[in-house]
Design a protein around this ligand. Structure first.
Ligand SMILES: Cc1cc2nc3c(=O)[nH]c(=O)nc-3n(C[C@H](O)[C@H](O)[C@H](O)COP(=O)(O)OP(=O)(O)OC[C@H]3O[C@@H](n4cnc5c(N)ncnc54)[C@H](O)[C@@H]3O)c2cc1C
Length: 384
């Protein structure tokens, strides 16, 4: 059932309608098969999906028109992501990560850098990746080791990055690498995919989100011109964390979309399935499970919209972004698990999509800062 959204403008309402139409025509017919077979062995994106989203302008919504963006408020962009996720979580994650990968250039790039690259990145014909994590440096991002050594005219990159969403398929990589020691020794770079010396591992065999690749990347004496450093040397970690505040809201919206879909499927099933001579939704014990699921979905949406509206108003929103990521992804895990319960034994089979939603929800408690790390961020804000 389509969510009855509160949207700020007629343009936003049209955008949601457009998104639903593309989701019906392009995502829904492909999702089940793609998520079953995955991206193996060649790591390709599902055919035609990203070109269709790009052509509709859905890959650049929160960025200004002067660079080819959609100039949409964050609260609208996030609701588009939620709609995409309610049809195909992996695709919505890829779109959110693409937005995240453009954030450092947009926020910290010089006018010249933005003029040179941003419009291409937001054209809808390219997709980006965000490369902060390493095998031994996930939550503790400051422990990263990939090194950018100054050489004549630029930097020489050496090291291995991990867990790159869109890895091997993206056109550009927003990379964080070490130019000095300690947490102030990290810098941000914009790396084109065709950089000599850059190669990718085979896609991870994941529990869910199989329609998009997650890979390692190896830098082996890869040369990058100096003009491709974003921000100052040593500013990388604050650039990375600033982008993640915005990115976490994307994940909160995606989680809400998955939870909403699981709720919808569970309600529809509970209205059909009979036990003890009545529809299972009419057993109060089961009706209350569905009521709690609905309350969790509405709460998830409310928390991400609150943070987004603060962002749109120019207020600080870092704490609220962490709250939204924590609340929405925990809600998605609970709601999708309960959806499997509502389906009984059938919920545990691949004949129904709810088991997939449960697998998809799990990673949302882990990436873009685990929910333990979100609590750490919130506690630090509280401590001032
Ligand atoms: C499918 C997928 C896609 C991803 N995509 C990207 C991407 O595009 N770009 C990118 O850069 N990264 C990406 N990641 C990496 C992701 O952000 C990390 O996996 C995540 O930050 C956790 O890091 P870790 O796996 O090293 O776990 P660890 O940091 O080793 O954590 C292990 C456990 O310890 C807990 N823990 C760690 N420190 C603390 C603490 N101080 N207090 C309490 N608990 C703590 C964690 O919460 C976790 O439960 C992706 C990961 C996955 C699985």
């Amino acid at each position: 059932m389509a969510v009855d959204r509160m949207l700020p403008t007629d343009e936003a309402r049209e955008l949601i309608e457009l998104t639903r139409d593309i989701a019906d025509k392009v995502l829904e017919p492909r999702v089940a098969e793609s998520e079953k077979t995955g991206v193996f062995p060649d790591g390709v994106f599902p055919d035609g999906v990203f070109p269709a989203l790009g052509a509709a302008g859905l890959l650049s919504l929160p960025y200004p028109e002067e660079f080819g963006g959609g100039a949409q408020p964050y609260e609208v962009y996030l609701q588009v992501l939620e709609e995409l996720a309610s049809r195909w979580a992996a695709v919505a994650v890829a779109v959110s990560v693409h937005g995240l990968s453009c954030h450092p250039l947009f926020t910290y790039g010089t006018d010249e850098q933005k003029q040179q690259w941003l419009a291409g990145m937001l054209s809808g014909e390219t997709i980006g990746a965000y490369s902060l994590s390493e095998a031994h440096a996930g939550s503790d991002a400051a422990a990263l080791r990939c090194r950018a050594t100054p050489v004549e005219g630029g930097y020489q990159l050496n090291g291995t990055k991990a867990w790159i969403t869109n890895g091997g398929r993206a056109d550009f990589y927003t990379l964080f690498a070490r130019t000095g020691e300690g947490s102030r020794g990290i810098s941000c770079f914009l790396v084109p995919a065709d950089t000599a010396g850059l190669s990718f591992g085979k896609p991870e065999e994941k529990m869910g989100l199989r329609g998009i690749p997650t890979t390692t990347a190896a830098y082996d004496d890869a040369f990058l011109p100096a003009e491709r450093r974003i921000g100052d040397e040593g500013q990388g970690l604050s650039i990375a964390f600033g982008a993640l505040d915005a990115g976490r809201l994307g994940i909160a919206a995606v989680a809400t979309g998955v939870a909403q879909r699981a709720l919808d499927e569970a309600v529809a099933y509970a209205k059909e399935r009979e036990a003890f001579g009545r529809k299972i939704i009419d057993h109060q014990g089961l009706g209350f499970v569905l009521a709690d699921m609905a309350a969790a979905v509405d709460t998830a949406r409310a928390t991400y919209l609150d943070a987004a509206r603060r962002r749109d108003a120019g207020l600080s929103y870092s704490r609220q972004a962490s709250v939204a990521k924590l609340v929405a992804t925990d809600a998605a895990m609970k709601v999708t698990t309960d959806a499997v319960q509502v389906f009984g034994g059938y919920g545990y089979t691949q004949d129904f999509p709810v088991e997939r939603y449960m697998r998809e929800a799990k990673v949302m408690q882990i990436f873009e800062g685990t929910n333990q790390i979100q609590r750490l961020v919130i506690a630090r804000h509280l401590a001032g």
